[in-house]
Design a protein around this ligand. Structure first.
Ligand code: PRP
Ligand code: MN
Ligand code: MG
Length: 199
């Protein structure tokens, strides 16, 4: 029994359901990138768990990391995306698969796609655990989707919520909706994709 489980109102996607989704997406990628050696671009920090589970089903790949931030710590999204940690290799002429935990406004994804295209990537596709289509501010499509997620206050399996300056819940093996008392306004430090609970 984990204490963290008590902070969860409802499990949206179980560990088993996520494992199935990772297998489905991973096998699709293995098929679509057959005879290629794509770069799996893991978007820190949220996509770490998803990327690891998906890439197990793939053939020859390289793994790179990037960290972008679209928030300035306020209660709403700043709208501006900045590069926190850059990729460590040349993407010129490479096929890149962006691995995300969630695509919400689409701003982070747009920023990364433009960066990769500008650097001469041969192709850029996205595989996201969650696609929150209702949250879109800029038009961005996700080619490989684990789950279409409704507007809800989700944490777990990479997705965090900040409590007293600590980014918690990333290590939950499932995705769940956080209890109201945990994300009450007085605990704020909310970010855009986490601030719109359905109940
Ligand atoms: C979250 C999420 C995506 C991005 C999606 O990352 O992991 O990268 O925001 O939001 P958008 O579509 O509105 O741009 P965050 O910046 O919270 O960093 P983290 O992954 O380290 O938690
Ligand atoms: Mn992220
Ligand atoms: Mg976050």
């Amino acid at each position: 029994v984990f204490k963290m489980d008590n902070d969860i109102e409802r499990v949206l996607y179980s560990q088993e359901a996520i494992a199935e989704a990772a297998k489905r997406v991973g096998q699709q990628l293995a098929h679509d990138y057959e005879n290629k050696t794509p770069i799996i671009l893991v978007v820190l920090k949220g996509a770490a768990l998803w990327a690891v589970d998906v890439m197990r089903y793939m053939e020859y790949t390289e793994v790179e990391f990037i960290n972008v931030s679209s928030y300035n710590g306020g209660i709403t999204s700043s709208g501006e995306v900045s590069l926190v940690t850059d990729i460590q290799s040349d993407v010129n002429n490479r096929d890149v698969i962006i691995m995300e935990d969630i695509v919400d406004t689409g701003r982070s994804l747009k920023f990364m796609k433009e960066l990769l295209v500008q650097r001469g990537a041969n192709s850029v596709k996205t595989a996201s655990l969650l696609d929150k289509k209702e949250g879109r501010v800029v038009e961005e499509d996700v080619e490989y989707i684990g789950f279409d997620v409704p507007k809800a206050f989700v944490v777990g399996y990479g997705l965090d919520y900040s409590v007293n300056g600590k980014e918690l819940y990333r290590n939950l093996p499932y995705v769940g909706i956080l209890k109201k008392e945990v994300y009450a306004p007085e605990h704020a430090n909310l970010v855009d994709h986490e601030i719109t609970p359905t109940h």
